[in-house]
Design a binder for this molecule. Structure first.
Ligand SMILES: NC(=O)c1ccc[n+]([C@@H]2O[C@H](COP(=O)([O-])OP(=O)(O)OC[C@H]3O[C@@H](n4cnc5c(N)ncnc54)[C@H](O)[C@@H]3O)[C@@H](O)[C@H]2O)c1
Length: 272
């Protein structure tokens, strides 16, 4: 499939961080991007902005938890725009609570959006991709799949499950030339957040903490993630399927940073 062929559906595409980055970069690569999100206002706004920049972009109402909503969105896309040949499952939700404090509805919600929603959307677009001779799906995972972090058990479980889904789809449909890969972003900082840091001259401590866990002292931006996703969707990545791609400035590959000022053998010994 050539880059400019077909339609690319980006779920959660109105999201201020990764959704924006992916929708913008995919449109810039020449695909017709359809932004699907529960946030109708933001979805329309982004599509209008992309069209004003000369890109092909549309918006649809989409709730990835609801099979009827997905079917409605897809029949609108098929009727008005064309066959979905690329899908980016970016709709996601998070939660920061110790495992024993997570309620059953909270756990179910994370799984419903992050895992079931990605599966439902893939299931809905796969027949069209197969009929058209192939396609590409990119799921958005997380660096939380690489290692544990306090309060993220439910979120990490959902992203680990998404890796299984990614490999399963890649395996089931490789013979029909449908590729499926997963990108694990690190801590993504939006241009607005960066501008605020510059304006106030202070980086919030949680962001400084995250940055210190990167090999490279550079924020991972929504555009960075969009470029990696755009590459995976394109023919430049024809040999890639079932792959996990880390877009995290090295966080997942780093065990320790011995230069960290917080690291102190004396403090550790004193605590025992
Ligand atoms: N921001 C980060 O640092 C980061 C890091 C790693 C992974 N991720 C993952 O990237 C993806 C996007 O995250 P983000 O931080 O940019 O989030 P965001 O909150 O900016 O955007 C998420 C979007 O998903 C939409 N959404 C939520 N539930 C939906 C549903 N049921 N149906 C359709 N749309 C729905 C929201 O309306 C929102 O626009 C998520 O899967 C998240 O887990 C984010």
């Amino acid at each position: 499939m050539r880059n400019e062929e077909g339609v690319c559906l980006v779920t959660g595409g109105a999201g201020a961080r990764i959704g924006h980055g992916v929708s913008t970069m995919v449109a810039a690569r020449g695909l017709h991007v359809v932004i699907g999100d529960t946030d109708g206002g933001a979805t329309q706004q982004l599509a209008t902005r992309l069209r004003a920049s000369g890109h092909r972009a549309d918006a649809v109402d989409l709730d990835v938890c609801d099979p009827d909503s997905i079917e409605r969105a897809l029949s609108e896309i098929r009727g008005r725009i064309g066959t979905v040949r690329s899908l980016v499952n970016s709709a996601g939700t998070g939660l920061e609570l110790p495992a024993a404090d997570v309620s059953t509805p909270q756990f179910d919600r994370i799984m419903a959006v992050n895992v079931r929603g990605s599966w439902l959307c893939a299931r809905a677009v796969l027949p069209g991709m197969i009929d058209a001779g192939g396609g590409s799906i990119v799921n958005i995972g997380s660096v939380h799949k690489a290692g544990a972090s306090q309060g993220y058990s439910a979120y990490a479980a959902s992203k680990a499950a998404l890796v299984g889904l990614t490999r399963g789809i890649a395996c089931d449909y490789g013979r029909q030339f449908v590729r499926c890969n997963i990108v694990h972003p690190g801590a993504v900082v939006s241009p607005e957040q960066l501008a605020e840091d510059y304006r106030t001259g202070a980086t919030p401590s949680h962001r400084r903490f995250l940055a210190e866990r990167q090999m490279m002292p550079r924020p991972v931006t929504p555009a960075d993630i969009g470029k990696v996703v755009g590459f995976l969707l394109s023919d430049d990545a024809l040999s890639m399927t079932g792959s996990e791609v880390w877009a995290d400035a090295g966080t997942s590959a780093m065990l320790f940073d011995h230069r960290s000022p917080e690291w102190s053998m004396e403090a550790g010994a004193a605590a025992t």
